[in-house]
Design a protein around this ligand. Structure first.
Ligand SMILES: *Cc1c(COP(=O)(O)O)cnc(C)c1O
Length: 341
């Protein structure tokens, strides 16, 4: 087999059907042994739990080709752990963590020709997800589920690469206190689509959400955690029970402390403080770390001193170090790199 004939440098961030995907079914109170399949379609009963009451959780991670030709994944055990917890919160049977990592390996190996080559800037994006297939009409958890993983090659999330973006504070909320904000569930995205369309229409890359209770603390965007650098050069990480625990953000905290020797302060962050900060960035698997140059909140415009031309010093160093670790140029902390082939 040979690599697929794609213009790897320009594939964009979009879905492409690849050769194989993994599926395991929960029936009669247990997961079956699981298998790879060629069929990208899912057939559901009209009253399936996912269609009626939105029982679904998901993950996102990437496989990379290193310079020596090996294919690796970044911290898949963290995704296994998170979807396990997400499923429990949604009253779904959690997929065993060791099986999650093995299923990731199977899907990557079966689609090895789709893993973008070293140096292309592209990666193989993996989408593990679980949803209710069982029939419900009264409101209750379904009794049948599918866990699946598909793979699709993707280029950088933001076309501009690491150039700063402008974001806007949303008048809508993403997550309620004691709600599902810390869970990676599709329902959190469904409810953010309206504000996301409004933001894009107005020319902003993302929404920044404030806490729903007081609308005075910074939460995160629709799909990435926000991080800041204050006047002392400390990395400031907003803390809240309704922020999704980003693996990229937790990795960045480690990189900041152990590689860049920065001070890190994880605490509730008032939106009022943001105008005094020096740098801002958004982090998540898809974009890794996007520098933010400007935040708009109605009449208030915050222009970070790092500007709109290039990433600020700290965001640039964090980005270079983390992507260096992911691409094998910088030695990774123990257990971060999962070699698949
Ligand atoms: C997935 C996600 C993130 C990013 O998490 P990573 O593990 O870094 O990919 C951030 N915020 C939300 C709401 C998410 O769903």
């Amino acid at each position: 087999m040979a690599k697929k004939d794609l213009d790897w440098g320009n594939i964009g961030f979009q879905y492409r059907v690849t050769d194989k995907r993994y599926v395991s079914e929960w029936k009669g109170g247990e997961w079956d042994e699981g298998r790879l399949t060629d069929d990208p379609n899912v057939v559901l009963n009209e009253s399936a739990g996912i269609l009626q009451y939105c029982q679904q959780v998901f993950e996102g991670l990437k496989a990379y080709t290193w310079e020596d030709g090996s294919i690796v994944c970044f911290r898949p055990d963290m995704n296994a752990e998170r979807i396990f917890n997400s499923a429990k919160r949604m009253e779904m049977p959690p997929f065993p963590k060791e099986r999650f990592v093995r299923a990731v390996e199977e899907v990557v190996r079966a689609n090895a020709d789709w893993v973008p080559p070293f140096g292309s800037g592209a990666t193989l994006y993996l989408r593990p997800y679980e949803f209710a297939t069982g029939v419900v009409i009264g409101v209750k958890p379904a009794d049948e589920y599918q866990f699946r993983i598909f793979a699709t090659p993707v280029g950088p999330y933001y076309k501009g690469g690491a150039t700063p973006i402008s974001i806007i504070v949303s008048d809508f909320d993403r997550a309620a206190p004691h709600g599902t904000g810390a869970v990676k569930a599709g329902l959190n995205y469904a409810m953010s689509l309206h504000s996301s369309v409004l933001a894009h229409t107005a020319g902003y890359a993302e929404n920044l959400y404030l806490d729903a209770a007081s609308r005075s603390y910074v939460e995160e965007t629709g799909g990435s955690n926000a991080i800041f650098v204050d006047g002392e050069g400390t990395l400031v990480i907003p803390k809240s029970d309704s922020i999704l625990p980003s693996i990229t953000r937790r990795s960045i905290v480690y990189v900041a402390e152990h590689y860049l020797h920065l001070k890190v302060d994880e605490r509730p962050v008032l939106f009022d403080e943001v105008k005094g900060f020096k740098e801002c960035g958004l982090c998540g698997t898809a974009a890794v770390l996007s520098p933010v140059g400007r935040i708009v909140n109605h009449d208030e415009v915050i222009n970070f001193p790092s500007g709109m031309e290039k990433a600020g010093k700290v965001m640039g160093e964090l980005y270079n170090t983390l992507t260096g670790i992911q691409s094998g140029k910088i030695e990774a902390p123990e257990g971060w790199i999962h070699v698949i082939r």
